[in-house]
Design a protein around this ligand. Structure first.
Ligand SMILES: Cc1ncc(COP(=O)(O)O)c(C=O)c1O
Length: 365
């Protein structure tokens, strides 16, 4: 062996150039108040009912699929379960996009994984910036549809927290008919269920919806998400999915979370988070360093600060970890804050108030 081993030389060209997604747990920091990943602040309790682990699990565990079908008021054939909505984003690209030929479209500022997954598979990205009110630029979408196979629309949108206008969504579905799938990412829809478009599926067979147990169901650590689509689309995704995407314990807990009792618990959590969100937003609006708290339909709020870098660093040093969004298109000065427990929300308000007071003292001659 005379030559030195160089893994990077063997990697695909597009992978060599990639920077990994800055997931919540990759960012580091010594936090004790984690408000950077839109998780639920408390862990729900479960017991394991299924203890037979010598056998492989079902590819699509029947109880999970049936419970989700009931919850979403769709047929079991319209549902695919996998390792989080992130895996759904990727499966769709793997199944529908020819690398180097086809494209995916999405509208920044939005969730980062559409871009990461497209990059991983060498699929062109068409980024159509949202309008200043964070609604979709329909004209530009229409003008750029050539070669697009998937249009990802995040509603409510991460990180801005707003719903995408349903009339605009219908227009995109009309534009895409016969040429592309429209993928509506409803990861946060439990916080505003009236806005779901899941009942449009009969009318639009090219509509795909992404869901997750990571947010309102308080199970980000479980890694379990759903793709809702026409049975023909689900069949295609089943060709490219791993043979055993969910472990037996994951399927066991997911089925419990989707029982009538699990859903009622989730709805109570949603009501509590929505109330805390309004309290936190109102308290932040009173602070001099806050320029704007944007309305949100989710479990996080986007806040524009006079000096977001300093606020972010100041809170980070106190163990309060927020998400810096200031490098996203149109979001200069913005931090995203997940709604935490009452104690955590109070810590955020106290820390930012203290920071604001300090700024005023320094400014006073
Ligand atoms: C909009 C959006 N879609 C998908 C996901 C991924 O969800 P999951 O944990 O199910 O992979 C997230 C996670 O933050 C998200 O914000």
């Amino acid at each position: 062996m005379s030559q030195k081993f160089n893994a990077a030389q063997l990697a695909r060209n597009n992978v060599k150039q990639m920077t990994p997604y800055q997931s919540a747990r990759r960012l580091g920091g010594k936090g004790d108040v984690w408000l950077n990943a839109n998780e639920y602040p408390l862990a729900p309790d479960f017991s394991f009912n299924k203890k037979v682990l010598n056998r492989y699990p079902e590819c699509q565990p029947a109880e999970v699929i049936e419970n989700y079908a009931k919850y979403s008021r769709l047929a079991p054939e319209q549902i695919l379960v996998c390792r989080g909505a992130d895996e759904s984003i990727e499966l769709l690209i793997r199944a529908f996009c020819e690398p180097g030929k086809d494209a995916v479209m999405f509208c920044p500022p939005t969730y980062g994984m559409y871009s990461v997954s497209a990059e991983t598979y060498g699929v062109t990205q068409k980024k159509i910036p949202s309008l200043s009110n964070w609604q979709l630029d329909l004209e530009s979408i229409r003008a750029n549809l050539a070669d697009v196979k998937l249009i990802y629309v995040c509603s409510p949108n991460n990180p801005t927290g707003n719903i995408i206008d349903n009339a605009a969504l219908k227009q995109i579905l009309e534009l895409a008919a016969g040429r592309a799938l429209v993928v509506v990412d409803e990861a946060y829809i439990e916080f505003c269920p009236d806005y779901s478009v899941s009942q449009w599926m009969d009318q639009y067979p090219h509509l795909v919806i992404l869901r997750t147990l990571s947010k309102a169901f308080a199970l980000a650590g479980l890694r379990c998400g759903f793709t809702l689509a026409a049975p023909e689309i689900i069949e295609i995704l089943l060709k490219v999915i791993a043979p055993y995407p969910l472990s037996t314990p994951v399927a066991d807990i997911a089925a419990q979370a989707l029982s009538a009792e699990g859903i009622a618990l989730m709805q109570r959590r949603v009501a509590e988070i929505r109330a805390s969100r309004e309290g936190l937003s109102e308290a932040l609006r009173q602070l001099s360093v806050v320029e704007e708290v944007y309305p949100s339909e989710t479990n996080y709020i986007l806040v524009r600060f006079t000096d977001s870098k300093s606020v972010f660093r100041n809170l980070w040093e106190q163990g309060i970890i927020l998400r810096d969004q200031s490098s996203q298109a149109g979001l200069a000065g913005c931090l995203r804050i997940t709604i935490g427990s009452q104690t955590e929300n109070l810590r955020v308000i106290e820390a930012i108030s203290a920071f604001a007071e300090n700024c005023q003292i320094m400014e006073t001659p």
